[in-house]
Design a protein around this ligand. Structure first.
Ligand code: AMP
Length: 281
């Protein structure tokens, strides 16, 4: 396993590679969710690159960039076990040197939900992923459905800018009690960890209502919201029953819908989602 820390080294390495390359972009502090993406990439590509970069430009000024968990040594040993070929771990100075001034703005799909609560977030995400794609030029790139809106933003960018990679969506990996794995779960204390299951419980409740024939988006959203409000440690950023492609809140009954949640448990902001009527969680 080779560790590459500069852009020029990555470009040079890629030039010398003839094989099909799969890329898994991450911010490190890896868990089984990340590793499921890596395994997916390992099955489908001759050469697997995992990027580890806590991207400062996707964090707002009052967000957790400084305290975001990091453990490069542990990450490397996990990735070694998965037989990853290359780790691309550039520094922020490499990615955004003095004079940097180019950004990728995806429009409509970045406006609702995460876009409302994290202004500038998707501009940072789209830009860093475009830069990773340019340096690694993967045949395929792997993203988790846990970040459903991010996945849609990347797909839009790839289509609109005629980028090469096939975007592969991977299912959300959960703890035994349903909590979606996230590097930010490490912020939770014992009591908060228990309370955090409310996201999954609310999604399950929504699915159950749907299964029983409820189709009014507002009714499903309201029930999920009430369930979360009953959890004293939880505060809601949003609970949305929305279109799975545009993320626009649904006004009327539809065949396909996504329930998307952002909830703070204490100071920790967690997101989760599920499709209604498909893939039981
Ligand atoms: P992050 O390190 O949080 O930027 O995540 C890197 C990639 O892993 C993104 O494509 C995420 O959607 C994906 N990911 C994060 N958590 C999970 C999970 N629990 N299950 C599946 N994929 C995940």
């Amino acid at each position: 396993m080779e560790i590459v820390t500069t852009v020029s080294e990555m470009l040079g390495k890629r030039k010398a590679l003839q094989e099909s390359v799969g890329l898994v972009p991450t911010m490190g502090y890896l868990h089984e969710g990340h590793l499921s993406l890596v395994r997916h990439a390992r099955r489908e590509n001759q050469h697997v690159v995992v990027s580890i970069f806590v991207n400062p430009t996707q964090f707002g000024p009052s967000e957790d960039f400084q305290r975001y968990p990091r453990d490069m040594e542990r990450d490397l040993s996990l990735l070694e076990r998965e037989q990853v070929d290359t780790i691309y771990a550039p520094t922020a100075e490499q990615m955004y040197p003095p004079g940097y001034q180019t950004w990728v703005e995806v429009e409509k799909v970045t406006v609702p939900l995460e876009g409302q609560f994290r202004p500038g977030h998707f501009r940072g995400v789209a830009t860093v992923v475009a830069k990773l794609f340019n340096a690694v030029r993967p045949a395929r790139a792997y993203f988790g459905r846990k970040d459903a809106q991010q996945l849609a933003v990347i797909r839009r960018m790839v289509t609109d800018l005629n980028m090469g990679p096939e975007v592969v969506a991977c299912p959300t990996v959960r703890e035994a009690d349903g909590l979606a794995l996230s590097s930010r779960n490490s912020y939770l204390n014992e009591e908060e960890r228990v309370a955090a299951t409310v996201l999954y419980r609310a999604l399950k409740h929504g699915q159950e209502m749907w299964r029983q024939g409820e189709r009014a988006p507002k009714t499903v959203a309201e029930a999920a919201r009430e369930m979360i409000l009953a959890e004293p440690l939880a505060t809601i950023d949003y609970v949305s029953v929305c279109d799975p492609e545009t993320f626009q809140e649904l006004e009327e009954a539809r065949d396909r819908a996504l329930v998307a949640l952002a909830v703070r448990i204490g100071r920790t902001r967690l997101i989760d989602n599920t499709l209604l009527g498909e893939e039981a969680i």
